[in-house]
Design a protein around this ligand. Sequence first.
Ligand SMILES: [Zn+2]
Length: 482
Amino acid sequence: MKHTPGLRTIILTLLLIVTLLFSICKEQPAAVWDEHLVPPICVRQAFNPRNNRQRWLRRWAKRQRQRPQARRARRRHRRSVSSQCLSAHRTSSVTATGSGQGAVPSAARRRSRKAPRVLPQAGGEADPLSELRQKRGLVDLTPERELWAMLIKVRWPQGAVCPYCGERDPRYVQWLDEDYRHGLGRWRCRVCTEAGDPGEGGTFTPLTGTLLEGMRFDIRTLWFMAEMFADGKASVETSEEARVHRHTSDRLFRLFRAAIYQTRPTEPIALGPEDVAEFDEVYITAGLKGGAGGLTLEREARQRGLKRRGRGDWDSDRLPVFGLLCRGGQVRLFVLRNVQTDTIRPIVEQMVKRGAWVYTDSYCIYHFLSEAGYQHQTVNHGAGEYALDLDGDGQCEVHCNTMECTWSWLRQMVRTYRGISKVYLPLYVVQFEFFYNRRHQNRWNRTLDVLQAVFQVDATSAADLRTRVQTARFAEVCPVAG
Ligand SMILES: [Zn+2]
């Protein structure tokens, strides 16, 4: 059949129209916000180890494809390595579900090391609670979104606030992506976007500009470890319970301690003649360990325990801790280089207002108190005096036994950590002070207070503090007075 010229023209025109229509339809609709404002896909990935591994393998395979052709033997070698990687990954995911057999590859061994040790049942019966035994506590039974929501509530009790400009009006601070990291969410500040400055085009998460920015572990682990910290557990014990590396829990605990140190209260504890304060000092044995704070040990290692020789100070490795306590109120503790009147005087004048009652032992560093305007009474421990009744009402009110009791708790807490470097001792003492002042609260409320302290460290100093904590330069974070 032969086409007429007219028909061919019509067909060509139709084809042209169809092509034009197709190209118009392919164009994307106008974006709500600029494309460059949305972070690239690699930033938005969830922190799921299995997905991360798969993504890594895909990228590796792609990189292999893009490489220039190598020699045949080398190509064969690479192919065998990649197939080994893939088969190891497949076997490990199969053994994780409990049906794998045969030789256990290295990836699977690494995974099984993290699983909790379960005692074998008598008679070889399957444990009916095996599924439940994989859980670490109530945090593993709580939905992930709820855990994020609780953390966001601690961060922003009054609703979202832009960390760059402080804008809190919900018309300008918008919720962009509620699925980001399975519930952490992502917000955008229109004020910052229009101004065009700070990073990532004015988008932020609740962790932006805080000490927890860049946190890689999941939200359950965070809550679990914060609860262990509030319970006074050491980081090694926590790492086994939370199934993370001990360096991970150690780094997080250091952040918590640094945050508590930064946000410690500085207001006076006793305000006037109606308040009764007790002062005392204790000596904690702590030497230099492992080059902490950039200080190296210049003497030979000690063969026996530290001998008591006079009062302790920084050089003799028995550090004085000076304590001030208001009866029915709070405690403040300070690690000092030495115990002298000049060292404690500024602390006393800041923490206790003139006119308050002060009870101490008869150590000579406290003799300045009555001249400085305090109502000072002493008990002479050397003469066997521990409590005196000076006003004759039948109650021995002059004593510093409340403070002595605090030292007993401090010694017990320090023992948990099996030896602390004297560079880090101020952090542990302030941690003790934080928990001692909250000793009538339950563990959950103490956990919330710890996280609140973490979020109270302001954005500008947070990055600097995080670097110091990660490089263990604590001597700059907590200098010792005196
Ligand atoms: Zn803003």
